[in-house]
Each structure stands twice: as structure tokens, then as C-alpha cells.
Design a protein around this ligand. Structure first.
Ligand code: NOJ
Ligand code: CA
Length: 693
């Protein structure tokens, strides 16, 4: 560390990362505006970039001088309840920069943590001599890059992140953003704005994942981009009054994060976002159990007109509240007999859970966004016999998984929350999938504004009180809070597998998510699709999934999550029982992970060690180009002999032409051997490696 101390004020403080590759400098200019810059391996990566916050009551923007600094080096490790590694190293050098301004008096600390794989920094607002309640209007944070780099990103939106990825550049971004449609009930941001997590690649081959960590009590951050100067500026999601956040001091903002490496595999392996979150807040975590599940779910997406709703009548008869008076539509799969079939299938194949969507009252009103839509979370439909299903599931050793679709009426969900969670406990449920489809109620809010960030955090905390695990859909994108609340098993918060039925996800989509969305936490992507020919729900329009069967198996490795669905219908698994064996075998919790090959938007090859056995698993995927994955078995312990069961694309497989052509073969392998594994266009390979003798 070096420091130039002036007589009255200090300036130009700097630190390097533990390995010396990253260099951070912090300074204030003549107007007292704080700046930082970041160099990587001796080259400027982020040029002088502004820091600060602007509130109605207090401008924490300029007039500052540096009154002191603190530095410390920390090297420690922690053991996540579940994850990609059983042990995570948290190694950084920290620089706290204390800023002070006069007339009026203002204080602010910027705390930087520089890791070997990147930077995190946050604003810390101590109790002020002046106002201590702030109406935050703007965050000044800039990220000024040194060139017209490649950007992998999705459009800025206050409500949804369910978009496909653009591969573009700063200068071409405005054109790329024009190609996106608008989601109904969501608010796209006018102008050149993108969201995080996003990925950037410089001309020199340096990758930067930009995101935030520990988003709590604050809105999500988007990035306003200037295509001419290659700069980005924080754009906080406002409420509908235009206010970013209401803060009470003392307050710490989320960390702004940049994961940096010239090796794309390091971006995937990085635990920086988790490291910047607080340790686990739940004392007894023994009830938190990673799991696989099937669900009464995909039936509603396959174009056969099945519905979440019990009846077609409710809207035609306003005021009807007694469901037993309604005529069933006969297209409602969440019925006792059908759910029993799913329980039987799960029990037979050792799948832990069965999710049932469409079990409760409220879906008839679903389509009517103008109404004060309300679901009831303790009122099963007449054809869903909960007591008998509860007992049947228990007898078969299967867990029912609860579904709480709120249709984005988050305010009403809070009112029902305790009753809903108690109802779950009374009926032997210990996991819930939540959903927020539509425009948020309260109508003053967006999906990623401060109020919703607080709401979801509240749901997670209350769920922990009831020992309930949560999988949230349409919630603010994750920022590593699952470290603090490991009952938050997964989130959707991106364009998931459901879109295979809404027109399809191109193969490159899942070559992008691990570099971006997954850095905040696991995704409930819903892999395991064995029948890729689908129909667009409700329109009878054909849709084809961007995948082969072998690729779907590989996704269990490339999209790691402690909660993994086998999304397809039991009858489709029965058609391909030998391929389904991999889904039955594959673990959802890992002792170690090795990223073997990676390039964003193109390919990923990863090997993982089961947390509960000595078995290794490998997953490899490619975009719509065929490819030979090179799998270096250097990770296998020396001395043993091993058998690899390879689930691969058949030679004539192709995601569009021939997606169901796969082969399974067993080969003997040795540590250090390099397997040359062919992948079909849009295909993949999944391998289980067990030790012999
Ligand atoms: C959208 C979710 O992503 C999907 O999984 C769910 O089935 C529907 N909403 C209905 O809740
Ligand atoms: Ca969704």
C-alpha cells in the first residue's frame, strides 16, 4: 500500500490485491468529488470514476476531503450450507476511505475490498450531525472503461429480467437494445440502460462481471451506458414517485462488484459475491435440505390447454366465492388423482419432492390484472384433497412442495404470510415456490424497487422462522443473500426453461447465464426437458426448445442449484428411462468444482465432486456449433481406476433436426487422461465417474 499524506488532507490512496494484479486508487478532485480507478496487470481497466450519493436532504457528492484511511488484509474461509464448494476462501485487502465535507457537515465512508478475482465497494453512511433520514434520488457511482469493449447484457427494466442476451459493444449497444420487445406489465427503461449481472470483455481478453452483493434495504442497480465514452453509471430502480430509496442512518449500501480475470473460467469459479455477503444468520440449518423435484407444472405449458384454474366460470359470475358451486373445466391437473401419480413416480425414482401448481383458490381471477387480484394460500380447490395427499405423500416418503403465486399482489401476500406458512407446516410442507407475475401491488412499486427488495427479504426471514425453504420467481435478481439465508435455495430471476414453450431459448442462452445471472446465486432454471417439441401456451403455436436431451442432462452441472427440477412429464421420462437415470443419480450439492473450459455465449465444461460420495460428475455444453470438449481428468485422485458413464449426443444429433438422439456408454478412465468429447450443435454431454475397487 502507498499513501501520500498532505498537511490538512490525504489524497491518492491506493492498495493492490493480495496477488498484486489489481491496483485500486482513490482520490478527491479540486471540487472535493471522490473518484476511484482500477488497473489490472498494469493496464487501466476502469479509469477515474466518480463516487457519491445524492439525497434531497444531503448531497454526498462533493466538497469532500479524505480525513483518514484504514487498511487490513483478511484471509479466512467459511463453509456454506450448500453450494459449489464445501470450503470457500475469503481473501482480500480492504481500504476504508473516510470522507468529510463542511457547510453543511457531511460524512461518508467508502469501503473497498480488493480480492485476487475482483473488487467490491460500498458506501457507509454514519450518523450525521445534520439530517439522518434521506430521500435518496441518485447514486453517482461510475464505471468508466478504457475502450469499446464487448458487452453481454440484457435491457434495463424495472420489473423483469426474463430476456435473451445480447453480445454487442459499447458503441453498438443502442442498436442492440432496439431489437427487444416490451413485456406487458413490465417497465423497460427508456435510453441506453442495461441491467446487472452483466459481462464485459475487453479487446485484451479481460472479462469483467459487474453486479452487486448483499442488496438489502436499497433498490436494485441498473447501468446507464454512454456508448461514446464507454462509461456506465449506476441507475437505481425508483418507485413510481421517482424516489430511489428512503434511508435511515447509519446505513450501508450494497456492494458494487466487479469480478475480473483474463481467464473466463475464473469468472465462473469466483465466490466474490458470496464473500461480500454476511455469514449465515440461521443458527440451526439442519432442516435446510438440497433436493430434486418434479411437478404438476409442465402440463400447463405444453399447449394441451391444461389450466392452473379449476373452473372457467369465475369471471363470468362475479361475486361467486363458493368454489363447489362452480363447474370444473376438466382441464385442471392439480387434482388428487393426478397428484398421486406424480407422488408415485417420485417415490419410484427417488425424487425428493413434488411441486403442485394450481392447487389453491384464486386462479380464475388471474388474468384480470386490473382487479385487486388475490390468491388464498390456505384454500385448496374442491378437487385437491389435501389431507389425503398429505398422508399419501408421507407414506411414500415424498415431500409436497407448496406454490404461492401472488400475481404480484405482494401487499396481500404479506397479510396472509403467517397463516400461509402455518398452513404449510400443519400439512407437512417445508418448501415453497413463490411467484410475482404481473404489475406489483402496491401499485407505487416495481419488482426491483426498494419496497420489493424489502418484501422478499421479509418473506425469506419469516420463512426461516417457520423452517421453510424458498424458491422465488419474479423476485429481484439475487445478490448472494443466500449465504446469509441459506433457506433461500433458489430463484428464477432470469429467462428460464419455461420459455422453451414460449418460442424457445437458443442454446447460447445457457452458455451465458452462468457468467451473469448465476453469480448472484442459484437459479431454478427447470432443466430435464426430454420432449423439445412444444406448443406456445394458449396459441397453439409450435415452439422448439434449443437443446438436445444430452444437453439437458449437462445443465444439472453447468447450472448448479441446491434445488433442481426434473421439469418434464413423467410419461416423457418413461420413454427414455436410461437417460432419466442420470437425473436420478446427479447430486445437487458439491464438495468441489473445477471449470475446465469456458467462453461466454459459446461453451462451458465443468467437473464437480459430490458432497456425499467420491463420485465426480462432468457437464459440457456448446452453443449451436458442434464442438469437441476437452475434458482433462487431472482432478481425479491418482492411484485409482475409474469408470465413466457418458451420456452424449448421438453422431447425428442436432438441437433442431434430431434433439432426442443420444447414446450412453461406459469407459474406463485414468487420472490425467484427456477425453475428447464431441458435442452436437446445441448439444452437450453429462458424465458420471465412479471409482472402481
Ligand atoms: C411464472 C413462473 O416462472 C412459472 O414457473 C409459474 O408456473 C407461473 N409463473 C405460474 O405461477
Ligand atoms: Ca417467470
Amino acid at each position: 500500500m502507498f499513501m501520500l499524506a498532505g498537511v490538512m488532507k490525504m489524497a491518492a490512496v491506493g492498495i493492490t490485491s493480495p496477488n498484486g494484479e489489481l491496483l485500486l486508487n482513490v482520490d478527491v478532485d479540486a471540487k472535493g468529488i471522490p473518484y476511484y480507478s482500477l488497473d489490472y496487470k498494469g493496464h487501466p481497466l476502469v479509469k477515474q470514476s466518480r463516487l457519491g450519493l445524492k439525497a434531497d436532504e444531503l448531497a454526498l457528492t462533493d466538497g469532500f476531503s479524505i480525513t483518514g484511511t484504514d487498511t487490513v488484509t483478511v484471509d479466512r474461509s467459511w463453509q456454506p450450507v450448500w453450494g459449489e464448494y464445501s470450503d470457500v476462501r475469503d481473501h482480500f485487502r480492504e481500504l476504508a476511505v473516510y470522507l468529510k465535507a463542511d457547510n453543511p457537515q457531511r460524512k461518508m465512508t467508502v469501503r473497498f475490498r480488493l480480492f485476487d478475482d475482483g473488487l467490491g465497494f460500498r458506501y457507509e453512511l454514519p450518523v450525521q450531525d445534520g439530517p439522518n433520514y434521506l430521500t435518496l434520488m441518485e447514486e453517482m457511482t461510475e464505471f468508466n472503461y478504457a475502450g469499446d469493449h464487448k458487452l453481454f447484457c440484457i435491457p434495463g427494466d424495472y420489473d423483469t429480467d426474463e430476456y435473451l442476451w445480447s453480445e454487442t459493444t459499447f458503441s453498438e449497444l443502442p442498436e442492440a437494445l432496439k431489437s427487444y420487445g416490451r413485456h406487458t406489465e413490465a417497465q423497460r427503461v427508456e435510453g441506453v440502460t442495461i441491467q446487472t449481472p452483466m459481462l464485459l470483455k475487453t479487446g485484451d481478453g479481460v472479462y469483467v462481471n459487474m453486479h452487486e452483493a448483499a442488496l438489502d434495504g436499497y433498490p436494485a442497480m441498473l447501468l446507464d451506458v454512454d456508448p461514446a465514452s464507454y462509461s456506465m453509471k449506476s441507475h437505481l430502480v425508483p418507485d413510481r414517485l421517482g424516489v430511489s430509496a428512503y434511508l435511515q442512518m447509519p446505513f450501508n449500501t450494497p456492494w458494487r462488484t466487479m469480478i475480473v480475470s483474463d481467464d473466463a473460467r475464473d469468472i465462473l469459479a469466483s465466490q466474490l459475491v458470496l464473500n461480500l455477503n454476511e455469514p449465515c444468520a440461521i443458527e440451526d440449518t439442519s432442516w435446510i435440505k438440497p433436493m430434486k423435484f418434479i411437478g404438476v407444472w409442465w402440463e400447463m405449458f405444453t399447449g394441451n390447454e391444461k389450466t392452473w384454474a379449476y373452473s372457467d366460470e369465475y369471471l363470468a359470475k362475479p361475486g361467486v366465492t363458493d368454489y363447489s358451486q362452480l363447474k370444473p373445466n376438466g382441464r385442471h391437473p392439480a387434482n388428487t388423482e393426478n397428484v398421486k401419480k406424480y407422488i408415485d413416480f417420485a417415490a419410484k425414482h427417488g425424487i425428493d419432492g413434488v411441486l403442485v401448481e394450481g392447487w389453491n383458490e384464486g386462479w380464475e381471477d388471474w388474468a384480470s390484472y386490473r382487479k385487486n387480484r388475490q390468491f388464498l394460500f390456505d384454500k385448496p380447490y374442491p378437487d385437491f384433497d389435501l389431507p389425503s395427499l398429505r398422508d399419501y405423500a408421507k407414506e411414500k416418503g415424498v415431500k409436497l412442495i407448496m406454490h404461492h403465486e401472488t400475481a404480484a399482489n405482494a401487499a396481500d401476500y404479506e397479510l396472509q404470510l403467517d397463516r400461509a406458512f402455518q398452513f404449510m407446516k400443519d400439512n407437512n410442507y417445508d418448501a415453497v415456490k413463490t411467484g410475482y407475475v404481473g404489475a406489483i401491488i402496491p401499485r407505487s412499486e416495481h419488482h426491483t424497487s426498494q419496497w420489493m427488495v424489502d418484501h422478499v427479504r421479509h418473506v425469506i426471514e419469516r420463512a426461516a422462522d417457520y423452517q421453510i425453504m424458498v424458491d422465488s420467481h419474479e423476485a429481484p435478481r439475487p445478490t448472494g443473500l443466500c449465504r446469509t439465508y441459506p433457506n433461500w435455495l433458489a430463484q428464477e430471476s432470469a429467462r428460464g426453461g419455461e420459455f422453451e414453450s414460449f418460442g424457445g431459448n437458443p442454446p447460447s442462452h445457457t452458455c451465458m447465464l452462468p457468467f451473469t445471472r448465476l453469480k448472484g446465486g442459484p437459479m431454478d432454471y427447470t432443466p430435464g426437458l426430454f420432449e423439445p417439441r412444444l406448443s406456445y401456451y394458449g396459441e397453439g403455436k409450435d415452439s422448439q426448445a434449443g437443446t438436445t436431451i444430452a444437453r439437458q442432462l449437462a445443465l444439472y452441472l453447468t447450472m448448479p442449484s441446491p434445488l433442481q427440477m426434473a421439469c418434464d412429464l413423467p410419461e416423457n421420462y418413461e420413454r427414455f428411462p436410461d437417460a432419466f437415470q442420470f437425473i436420478k443419480d446427479v447430486p445437487v450439492d458439491w464438495a468441489d468444482s473445477r471449470y475446465l473450459e469456458a467462453e461466454p455465449n459459446q461453451y462451458i465444461t465443468v467437473a464437480r465432486l459430490d458432497k456425499n460420495s467420491d463420485d465426480w460428475y462432468v457437464g459440457a455444453i456448446t452453443d449451436d456449433n458442434a464442438r469437441i470438449a476437452v475434458i482433462d481428468l487431472g482432478f481425479l485422485p491418482k492411484g485409482g481406476t475409474y469408470e465413466a458413464t457418458i451420456y452424449e449426443d448421438a453422431p447425428d444429433a442436432h438441437w433442431k433436426e434430431n434433439p432426442q438422439a443420444y447414446r450412453i456408454r461406459k469407459v474406463q478412465v485414468k487420472p490425467g487422461q484427456k477425453l475428447q468429447q464431441p458435442l452436437a450443435p446445441g448439444g452437450g454431454a453429462a458424465i458420471r465417474i465412479t471409482k472402481k475397487n
